[in-house]
Design a protein around this ligand. Structure first.
Ligand SMILES: Cc1ncc(COP(=O)(O)O)c(C=O)c1O
Length: 423
């Protein structure tokens, strides 16, 4: 099969499978990551995407649209202004939709912009959001601190307890938002169960699948309506571009695009779309290697005398290991560990690491570790008390070192961590 034939494969439709035109063969997802949504440039025949930096493109008379209001499908318009759509960003969107088995996708400037766009599109004054009580700090703070100012009610619930989620629904619940695994404690959500609850109550369900990546989990196939990623993390994977995406049905994505996409203005720059597409080319082998290394490092840390607890979905000691096996094709690149004296270990890691780095963020080609102290996380973000706090502590104790595994050789990473945390 030649690349030019693949270029005629459209972004996937509602049946969520990619087939070669006229053939019955279904493409493996590794292949989809390379060819799903790929567009061969008609002018140059370039296979690698060109970067279209132009803010505007020449119109044919009668092509113009002066407002996004009332237009059913903004992507059917010619490329008229880059804040609305841009050829490079559009190709990225189609490739991400292919990866997630979605009809369509909207790329945004950052992951938090994709989350904000989803919230501000589907929630209005008087609506109710059910939110995972532990999720990416920015999403949690946006929902609990900002949305109530706009008359939106928010209930934070432990999403690993479906009975608590069931009780949280109100007649005005419009959206359920969660992560699996959740950042930073790696608690899982049973996406099939929670999305079924949302459906029963007439609410949409969005999941931030950044930590799982499309390699591990396909949330749309489990009944979720919208899949969000911070592309800044594993999908770009090289720590050099911010980006976000929300994937889903044509109608839902078009609704987000025509509201938050156009009017909130968090459009993705073409250069970032190009970098992120390069990341997608190697996503599957990267995530498989990273997951294998993470499993080796997790097993090593579990045996290490300086380490009290290791949490990793791939370990049989993970409290939801059975769910992880069902819902995740690979166990992912993030693990956490706990130690007795976390402040001393944080200092040692910052001073001694030679291969990894002591730094925020995650999902890059180089390993990164950082301490997330439970008391500080409660003060700055989650503000849990009582049973929800106990639930958090069951995964995180007094604090976790969140270790994001990179592409270094497992033995080197293990030796580096060993010399940094010992003594
Ligand atoms: C799970 C998750 N979602 C969303 C975000 C926000 O992404 P961005 O920094 O690209 O806005 C982050 C950032 O750390 C994250 O970890």
């Amino acid at each position: 099969m030649t690349a030019s034939k693949l270029s005629h494969i459209p972004a996937p439709g509602p049946d969520r499978r990619m087939r070669r035109p006229g053939a019955q063969m279904e493409l493996a997802r590794d292949t989809l990551a390379l060819s799903g949504g790929l567009v061969i440039d008609p002018a140059t025949k370039a296979i690698a995407p060109n970067i279209s930096m132009s803010v505007n493109n020449v119109l044919e008379p009668g092509d113009g649209a002066f407002s996004a209001d009332g237009i059913d499908d903004l992507t059917a318009l010619p490329f008229l202004y880059a804040r609305w759509t841009n050829p490079t960003v559009r190709q990225l969107e189609q490739r991400l939709a292919a990866l997630e088995g979605a009809d369509d996708a909207l790329a945004t400037a950052t992951g938090i912009a994709a989350i904000g766009a989803t919230f501000l599109t589907f929630l209005k004054k008087g609506d109710h959001l059910i939110l995972s009580d532990v999720c990416y700090a920015g999403a949690n703070e946006l929902a609990r601190r900002i949305l109530p100012d706009y008359g939106i009610e928010v209930t934070a619930v432990n999403m690993s307890r479906p009975e608590d989620v069931a009780k949280a629904f109100r007649p005005n619940t419009r959206l359920v938002h969660c992560e699996s695994p959740c950042n930073p404690i790696l608690r899982l959500t049973d996406l099939a169960v929670i999305s079924a609850l949302a459906r029963q109550h007439g609410a949409l369900m969005s999941v931030d699948s950044t930590l799982a990546t499309p390699v591990a989990t396909q949330p749309l196939s489990l009944g979720v309506d919208l899949v969000i990623h911070s592309l800044t993390k594993f999908i770009n994977g090289h720590g050099d571009a911010l980006g976000g995406v929300v994937c889903g049905s044509k109608d839902l994505v078009e609704t987000i695009r025509s509201r938050a996409g156009v009017y909130l203005g968090a459009s993705m720059p073409a250069m970032n779309a190009w970098l992120i597409m390069r990341g997608i080319d190697t996503l599957f082998p990267r995530i498989r290697t990273i997951s294998e290394t993470a499993s080796k490092v997790a097993a090593f840390l579990e045996r290490h005398p300086a380490v009290a607890v290791v949490t990793y979905p791939g370990l049989s000691s993970h409290p939801q290991h059975d769910l992880a096996k069902r819902q995740m094709a690979v166990s992912g690149g993030i693990l956490t560990f706990q130690v007795e004296d976390q402040d001393r270990t944080a200092r040692q890691l910052a001073e001694r690491l030679k291969v990894g780095h002591y730094a925020f963020s995650l999902g890059h080609q180089r390993s990164i570790v950082v301490l997330l102290d439970t008391q500080e996380m409660m003060k700055s973000t989650y503000q849990l008390t009582g049973e929800p706090l106990e639930d958090y502590r069951r995964f995180a104790g007094d604090g976790v070192f969140r270790l994001s595994i990179g592409l270094e050789a497992a033995e080197d990473l293990i030796d580096d961590l060993d010399q940094a945390i010992s003594g």
